[in-house]
Design a protein around this ligand. Structure first.
Ligand code: DGY
Length: 323
């Protein structure tokens, strides 16, 4: 019987696919991340790895080159040394498509809650500071008719644009390496340079992958080019913005607010001053955390494992070049 090591407790829908395929599952159930050595020790005894939120580096891959497949419970694969996996001919799979709507919902939630200082207001009530009604205190800003700038208009960015257009009639600008003609036609999205995206967006939402090119892209120089009433939203990866620069930008009023589902590092330090800013909303990387989406992700990951163990091409490979 072939054996699959799973680094977190995953939804039953995914386990059922593995069990129906006659595979034996070992699930890591402790509520702490495995160290690299622990991961290696477990995987040495398994044929496949289903990995959630675990770093897969070249040391691990070289110690576990017997693995027939690595399936990620994520669409992002920046925590995997894909080049090394490809060199070792280990197929790596991800879960594209199924989390676009849930992640766009999180971006929309962060945009709206930041615009109305909702997390801050909630915290005030919990601290007994509901207080005295002041018509000019803690006012938010409205989103109707504003401009959404999408950095990385792929499937998740399109869902965010669709929501903003439907709810607020927002104008959609985007910056990608290549044009998204489908979104241009359907959503009236307009390609602009990165500089124009910065200077024209009222809400700038990040939906790109973390790469060498996007790491640190939103630094002080970028924030300086944004509108003082702009809201910055990042549901992609925390290191695409430079946190200390974001903090300075907010303190100096270079931008109006920020909504973050991703931070660097994760988890965010509970004493991080950003958590006390009225115009900042932070969530603990829950973009894909709905029942429906996590079930669908677990199913895709399990299907990648089953295909890989049969020696077939994965339905969702991130390194198809190995075939
Ligand atoms: C993804 O799928 O990449 C999400 O960010 C969860 O890590």
């Amino acid at each position: 019987m072939m054996k699959v090591f799973v680094t977190r407790v995953i939804p039953a829908a995914g386990k059922k696919i593995l069990e129906d395929a006659g595979l034996s599952i070992t699930e890591w159930t402790e509520k702490r991340a495995l160290s690299r050595d622990e991961l290696i020790a477990h995987c040495l005894d398994h044929d496949a790895l289903l990995s959630a939120s675990t770093k897969i580096d070249s040391v691990f891959l070289n110690a576990c080159k017997h693995l027939k497949v690595i399936a990620l419970l994520s669409v992002g694969f920046d925590n995997v040394d894909v080049a090394e996996a490809s060199r070792l001919k280990i197929p790596v799979g991800n879960t594209p498509g199924v989390l676009s709507k849930a992640t766009a919902d999180a971006a929309f939630l962060l945009m709206l809650s930041t615009s109305r200082k909702a997390f801050y207001q909630h915290k005030k009530i919990a601290k007994g500071q509901w207080g005295f009604f002041e018509p000019t205190a803690d006012l938010g800003i409205e989103l109707d008719g504003k401009t959404l700038g999408v950095f990385g208009l792929g499937k998740i960015g399109e869902e965010m644009a669709r929501r903003c257009r439907g709810a607020y009639g927002m104008k959609i600008l985007y910056h990608n390496r290549s044009r998204n003609e489908q979104a241009e036609q359907e959503l009236g999205a307009e390609w602009v340079s990165f500089e124009d995206l910065l200077s024209q967006s009222d809400v700038l939402s990040v939906h790109t992958a973390l790469t060498a090119e996007t790491k640190g892209k939103f630094d002080l120089e970028s924030f300086k080019k944004m509108k003082p009433n702009a809201i910055f939203v990042n549901t992609a990866r925390g290191s695409i913005h430079v946190e200390k620069d974001l903090k300075s930008a907010l303190e100096q009023g270079l931008i109006w607010g920020a909504g973050l589902d991703v931070t660097d590092p994760e988890p965010m330090d509970p004493l991080n001053p950003l958590l006390d800013f009225p115009n900042v909303s932070v969530l603990p990387h829950i973009g894909s955390a709905t029942l429906e989406t996590r079930n669908a992700m677990a199913e895709l990951a399990a299907n990648n494992i089953v295909a890989g163990l049969k020696g077939e091409q994965l339905p969702y490979p991130v390194n198809p070049e190995i075939y």
